[in-house]
Design a protein. Sequence first.
Length: 233
Amino acid sequence: MSSIKQNITQVTREIRQACEKCGRDTDSVQLLAVSKTKPVSAIAEAIAAGQRAFGENYVQEGVEKIQYFSQSDQTLVWHFIGPVQSNKTRPIAEHFDWVHSVDRLKIARRLSDQRPATLPLLKILLQVNTSGEASKSGVDFDQLAELAAEVAALPNIELRGLMSIPEKADDYASQFQAFSALAKARDTLQQRLPQTRLDTLSMGMSGDMEAAVAAGSTMVRIGTAIFGARDYS
Ligand SMILES: *Cc1c(COP(=O)(O)O)cnc(C)c1O
């Protein structure tokens, strides 16, 4: 079995190759290591290999890990990428640096209200439903502009871009099409909100990273390829 360090090296190489293939700067895509369900020992290995940004899906688990590592390392960046329930916004607002999965104004308002004034603005991505009826989470394209304008106006959060989890597709063309739709939505939104720096497109996972990078991803979310399969038993 290969080590977490070797896996990070390999994934980093794949990101670089995907960038070269489509003529993008090799440092224009950030690797988010998705560590949900994985122990702190695995995260510590990734940190030792130079990884700084981690994604978590479950509030309590994520907060425990953040608190554990905050004693020794202030340079880590924690991203909440799971579904956000409105009764769980406070610990997210108090501990995380980014939230990728905001798709309702109510959630954004609560995160803004609950973000401590002593912390930097909480960075927010709006999760967009790029798969139509097949997905229940994410804002629809036709409601995105209105939601984005409202979220961008909230005081203690900073809208930075869009995220999507497209329906699983095995062929490159369908993957690329879904990611391009998200990139195009970001471009349109940027024109409507010129004061807001929408520099982040969180898209691409282990199986569709190359298409995501070709379509303009700035952040790929990789779990299994770094930490191995998850055990939910
Ligand atoms: C779990 C998860 C990932 C990582 O998935 P892998 O298949 O393990 O790479 C990425 N994004 C989100 C939103 C996730 O929930």
